[in-house]
Ligand binder design. Structure first.
Ligand code: NAD
Length: 297
């Protein structure tokens, strides 16, 4: 059945996600600070809302896809924000990647107003957003998850309920902390192999079937040659840009500090990605850190 959906944050990810909701037959109105983003939604068959209040007051479901925690707090809890204007019972889905504390604060404020909410960050990038094949990691009460699932199914392929509010964000940053650390580990091994006169293909053939095996090696090899599909073969065009990896590693460090977890390798990975970004790697694929470690970036 068609629902009236309000979508706030129609950028690289939100634009195509909103377009998929339109394609599925829903009535979608959108709000963004960018005129170009609003025009693109209209071209895809959606309507533009004049303000957050107008959108919130007339929607059964609200989806947000914003840059960071501060934007999410403002759009939901600020003056004239969603929680002021929406009707009790309106379903809230925040798919932005944000800090766990903000996700939990907004979910609590929504719940106090009788509005079910889930944090539902994604992986899969712009390609996955356009193809409707995103992975959603969903935190929130079982009932809210059940209500959100049919809409997430339209925008994604794999939908996982991770637990209470904030655990969707926790899953996303824990996974990306593994990824950042493992990419640095694999890159260091290839740089060492070069110095030792060991051919990259030989290292790949051995480690991809030995105990060094991991996704950063076998699905995203950071040096050109062994894996034709990896960004290393197209001059490290993203893919997943180093600045996005840095954002997620910083979120992991914030969460670790707030929760009292020791994550020394996560801290080191965040520091290395900050150095790589500051030395010109910001827009380069995150596997390009191999060039920084080799001293050639
Ligand atoms: P983006 O910058 O392209 O889009 C964000 C949009 O939010 C912009 O259009 C901006 O104008 C709008 N916006 C900002 N403040 C607003 C406000 N107060 N009211 C209304 N609109 C506002 O970013 P993106 O790449 O679409 O990423 C969105 C989120 O998804 C981020 O949290 C990012 O970390 C996450 N993410 C991105 C990718 C990716 O590959 N791009 C992958 C996974 C997750």
């Amino acid at each position: 059945m068609a629902s009236t959906i309000g979508f706030i944050g129609l950028g690289n990810m939100g634009g195509p996600m909103a377009a998929n909701l339109v394609k599925a037959g829903h009535i979608v109105s959108g709000f963004d600070l960018s005129e170009a983003a609003l025009s693109a939604l209209e071209a895809a068959g959606g309507k533009r809302a004049a303000s957050v209040q107008e959108l919130a007051a007339s929607s059964d479901v609200i989806v947000t896809m914003l840059p960071a925690g501060a934007h999410v707090r403002k759009v939901y809890m600020g003056e004239g924000g969603i929680l002021e204007a929406a009707r009790p019972g309106t379903l809230m889905i925040d798919s932005s990647t944000i800090d766990v504390d903000s996700a939990r604060a907004v979910a609590e404020a929504a719940s106090a107003k009788g509005m079910p909410m889930v944090d539902a960050p994604v992986s899969g990038g712009v390609g996955g957003a356009a193809a409707g094949t995103l992975t959603f990691m969903v935190g929130g009460p079982e009932e809210a998850f059940g209500k959100a699932k049919p809409y997430l199914d339209v925008m994604g392929k794999t939908i996982v309920h991770t637990g209470d509010a904030g655990t969707g964000q926790a899953a996303k940053i824990c996974n990306n902390m593994i990824l950042g650390i493992s990419m640095i580990g694999v890159s260091e091994a290839f740089v060492l192999a070069e110095k030792l006169g060991l051919d990259a293909q030989k290292l790949f053939d051995i480690s991809s079937t030995a105990s060094g095996q991991c996704w950063s090696l076998t699905s995203y090899c950071p040096v050109p040659g062994p894996l034709p599909s990896s960004p290393a073969n197209r001059d490290y065009q993203p893919g997943f840009a180093a600045e996005m990896m840095l954002k997620d590693l910083k979120l992991a460090q914030e969460a670790a500090s707030s929760a009292g977890a020791a994550t020394p390798l996560g801290a080191q990975a965040a520091a290395l990605y900050a150095l790589f970004c500051n030395s010109g790697g910001r827009g380069v694929d995150f596997s390009g850190i191999v060039k920084y470690l080799r001293g050639t970036s």
